[in-house]
Design a protein around this ligand. Structure first.
Ligand SMILES: [Zn+2]
Length: 427
């Protein structure tokens, strides 16, 4: 069965409360469809009665490639219904729709219309605190990948596989540090990496955050080498703590790239080479809205400190970090906080591969990312990230969904990193 994303929206209308819900194949733009009056309706007392005397509308819209929406609109005319409906309907309907094929969901939706019309307060109210984030997804939405270059041309890097890894991550819904959804992704990452034959070290720790003490987990893939020295690669896999935010590009894209790199490198012999380690960091995102130290980089700070304690940190020859590397029209500028020789090296490799129009020479400054945890400890580090507002207007908004991701960009970044590792092995 194909997986589908479901969304439910409630809003006040002059006629009463309007509900819209739908199933969005391969897309997550349900996220933007959130009732603006949510707080208002939730604060009202639940009424005992419920009637439907409005209209039921449904239809289908096409809004571009691969983005079809089916909509069902139910308008409740009785103003007294507002609170009960707004508290109850989304939750049970939501869970009902999750995991279903579209036609089953349609049937359920129609049953729901009838049930809403007939029942009087028969559905128990869901606890308000039970669902801080709308996690909306079931299975793998059908992935439309048309632009992935052939792996043979990319050192074996399969952009389509990397893309599907982003789809998989997004399918867990919003994944902030400490959430159950992130726990599901952690299980997936560990299982997936082990299936490639990777040796994976897991570090569970807890961090004091503005939201209290949160359990976090870093993963470190270790591909052993014969030369003394380590080439470190990294990504964060948590997503920003924002409602309806699934971080396809921010968190998902770089993690998809690193999974694909791990798949390729864990199977290779490292005779006469440096070790390659691949870090998957938890807790990169600030818990608060703003990025203010130390509320950010919880995972990379932890790993850098532990590698310093173990004596491994000075062995790290180079750390290449990726973050927001899946956009459709990327421009990777040279970050001022990255180590000069390493960013010149990586950007030079990209230029030789023909990606000079994407890896540009212009400078930028991100204001913070996981490499700061390593540059602070004098590890040569370079961050590949597109935070240019021209390219990522969806940054830290619910619009950061699968429709923003290009398999081609993932492959270009993966190819550049693989080739950089290969050339660093000669140094
Ligand atoms: Zn972010």
């Amino acid at each position: 069965m194909l997986g589908w994303v479901a969304w439910v929206e409630e809003s006040l209308t002059p006629e009463g409360v309007s509900y819209r819900w739908g199933i969005v194949p391969g897309s997550l733009h349900y996220a933007a469809r959130r009732a603006t009056n949510r707080r208002e309706t939730e604060n009202r007392a639940a009424p005992v009665g419920m009637t439907v005397s409005g209209v039921v509308r449904f239809g289908m819209t096409n809004s571009g490639a691969g983005r079809r929406e089916m909509k069902l609109t139910l308008v409740l005319a009785d103003a007294g219904v507002k609170a009960a409906a707004s508290r109850r309907t989304p939750h049970w309907l939501w869970y009902g729709i999750r995991g279903m094929g579209v036609w089953q969901a349609w049937v359920l939706s129609l049953v729901a219309v009838v049930a809403l019309g007939c029942k009087s307060g028969g559905v128990p109210a869901a606890p308000a605190a039970g669902q801080p984030f709308m996690s909306a997804v079931a299975g793998n939405p059908p992935a439309v990948v048309e632009d992935a270059p052939a792996p043979e041309k990319m050192d074996g890097f399969d952009g389509k596989r990397a893309y599907e890894q982003v789809v998989k991550q997004v399918s867990f819904g919003p994944r902030p540090a400490g959430s159950a959804a992130l726990g599901q992704l952690q299980n997936y990452l560990e299982t997936e990496l082990k299936s490639y034959g990777c040796a994976v070290e897991t570090d569970s720790f807890s961090a004091d955050t503005p939201a209290g003490r949160l359990a976090m987990k870093n993963f470190l893939v270790k591909i052993p080498g014969e030369k003394p020295g380590i080439i470190l690669l990294g990504t964060h896999y948590d997503t920003k703590r924002l409602e309806n935010f699934v971080g396809a590009d921010d968190g998902g894209s770089s993690t998809g790239v690193m999974l694909e790199i791990a798949r390729l490198l864990c199977g290779q012999k490292q005779a006469g080479k440096y070790a390659v380690w691949i870090a998957f960091f938890d807790g990169e995102e600030a818990v608060n809205k703003e990025w203010v130290d130390p509320d950010n980089r919880y995972g990379s700070r932890e790993m850098a400190a532990k590698l310093a304690n173990s004596g491994d940190l000075p062995k790290v020859k180079a750390f290449i970090l990726a973050d927001l590397v899946g956009g459709k029209n990327p421009h990777f500028l040279r970050d001022g906080e990255s180590t000069k020789w390493l960013k010149d090296f990586v950007w030079g490799v990209a230029g030789k591969l023909g990606y000079g129009n994407i890896f540009e020479s212009a400078p930028t400054n991100f204001g913070g990312d996981d490499h700061y945890s390593f540059t602070a400890r004098h590890v040569p580090s370079a961050d590949i990230m597109d935070l240019d507002t021209r390219d990522v207007p969806y940054w830290h908004t619910p619009e950061d969904a699968m429709d923003k991701i290009s398999a081609r960009t993932l492959a270009i970044v993966g190819h550049t990193i693989l080739e950089s590792v290969k050339e660093l092995q000669q140094k």
